[in-house]
Design a protein around this ligand. Sequence first.
Ligand code: PRP
Ligand code: MN
Ligand code: MG
Length: 175
Amino acid sequence: MVHTNVRTLLSAEDIAARVRELGAEITREYAGRRLVLVCVLKGSFVFTADLLRQIDLPLRVEFLGVRSYGEGTSSTGVVQITQDLTQPIEGDDVLIVEDIVDTGLTISHLLQLLRTRMPSSVKVCSLLHKPARARVEVPIHYLGFTIEDKFVVGYGLDWAERYRNLPFIGVVEAQ
Ligand code: PRP
Ligand code: MN
Ligand code: MG
């Protein structure tokens, strides 16, 4: 791969092992429920694709297109829905699947939004959490890894839309 300037933080094997554990946990806890995974685009598409194949239950998957407003690299928490769910979630057990919780503003907004649609439950599954930058407290019921305050890319996460196709998660280093 021509990504020699990216230092590996979590290898593809590290990620796969943790995703298997999360899938097993979700399989146990959602047995007999009406599980709907909500993949938050774009970052979460790779994680969601791997996670759902580790969940041994009937489930639905929905995609939520989200655009953060604001200048610079940090989100303002004002998120615009660019693509909504295709079906109602009333009475369903919704699990929001995110690649990373950073300031928490995106998840906080999505929790508020989805709760207005009267699901039975709404929980959060995030592959990564960067607590150093938290601005609002949000629950993360299923968490892959806690990471330090570095800008990470790969496995769905981008830097200016690049690096999403890296099979591992890493930190971009100056060349
Ligand atoms: C990133 C990431 C989360 C959000 C987390 O998405 O995928 O959705 O930011 O940040 P927060 O906790 O500070 O709100 P981004 O807005 O970069 O869009 P993308 O998923 O399309 O890359
Ligand atoms: Mn995102
Ligand atoms: Mg992004």
